[in-house]
Design a protein around this ligand. Structure first.
Ligand code: FAD
Length: 272
């Protein structure tokens, strides 16, 4: 029988899909297979899980769940799905910061492909900054029903950056994310050109690039609060929401006066 991905648009080159149930069986497979490719819940729309020899699915593996409360980390086995992990974490009083959009997607498959979930109302988006004068923005894509709640959460976060110190974990994660993703800014020739162009446009020294991650690493909680107080002024915020005005206007009006605009930004006086 031809094995395919979940959508059925990719036929795998082999129907040899091994389903080990123990770590020892996985080890034996790794030793014996000429070529081995792990398979998650088959939700990728391409051939990344395919192999012309053996595919291994860890779905049947004994579940591993090890929560480290102090460090707020959890260790799971290679077959665990979000649908299995989320309730267990919930029962222990924890939650994931972000999820894939479907419960049956495997954690490892999602991590391998940087799955980010979609329209997640709790999804976070970094505040974008720029060196030229201009707005600083924060936002995201939300389930329509939770748009006003999401906007309220963002406002709360922005206010808390001014009024209280960010936590050690938040600061460490933010720095980690910026520092570890920095090499990706040089991943292609176009990226390198864009980085060099930035030096030229803003008159920055070459050391801007070489020192960048060191400077990020040196940022303190005080720095965050100082800069947030200087630039994140709640009295000068403009909230832009794109969505169904019929359902969104009322809940949003509880946060701020609502003005309707057309796609070109011109005020609308009436309409759907
Ligand atoms: C209907 C649908 C909706 C989707 N929605 C979203 C969305 O909203 N947001 C989003 O970001 N993505 C979305 N995706 C994409 C999907 O979440 C990703 O493709 C994700 O990788 C799927 O995980 P998986 O478990 O199916 O992994 P697979 O597609 O089976 O595998 C992905 C990769 O992980 C590797 N891998 C799997 N298991 C292991 C393991 N145990 N050890 C080592 N490597 C392993 C595979 O070899 C492969 O390279 C959607 C896909 C579908 C079909």
């Amino acid at each position: 029988m031809t094995e395919t991905n979940w959508a059925g648009n990719i036929a795998y080159a082999t129907s040899n899909i091994a389903k080990p149930r123990t770590v020892a069986e996985v080890q034996a497979l790794v030793r014996s297979a000429r070529k081995l490719r792990p398979l998650g819940s088959r939700h990728s729309f391409n051939w990344i899980s395919d192999s012309d020899d053996t595919i291994v699915s860890l779905k049947g593996l004994e579940r591993l769940y090890r929560l480290d409360r102090a460090n707020r980390t959890v260790t799971v086995d290679g077959g665990m799905t979000y649908g299995e992990l989320a309730p267990r974490l919930d029962a222990d009083g924890f939650a994931l910061a972000n999820l894939a959009s479907l419960p049956h997607i495997s954690i490892v498959g999602a991590v391998s492909t940087a799955t980010h979930g979609s329209q997640c109302w709790a999804s976070s988006r970094p505040v974008n900054s720029r060196r030229t004068p201009g707005p600083i923005s924060a936002g995201g894509e939300f389930v329509a029903l939770h748009t006003a709640d999401s906007v309220a959460e963002i406002l709360k976060e922005l206010a808390s950056m001014r009024d209280a110190d960010v936590t050690d974990v938040e600061l460490a994660r933010a720095k980690d994310q910026i520092i570890k993703s920095f090499p990706a800014r040089f991943a292609t020739r176009a990226n390198v050109a864009a980085q060099l162009a930035e030096l030229a446009v803003f008159g920055l020294p070459d050391s801007y690039i070489t020192d960048y991650t060191k400077k990020i690493a040196a940022v303190t909680k005080d720095d965050v609060r100082r800069v947030a107080r200087k630039y994140l002024d709640p009295n000068r915020l403009t909230i832009v929401v794109v969505g169904d005005r019929k359902t969104l206007a009322e809940p949003l009006a509880k946060l701020a006066p609502v003005e309707d605009r057309d796609l070109d930004g011109n005020p609308l006086t009436s309409g759907p």
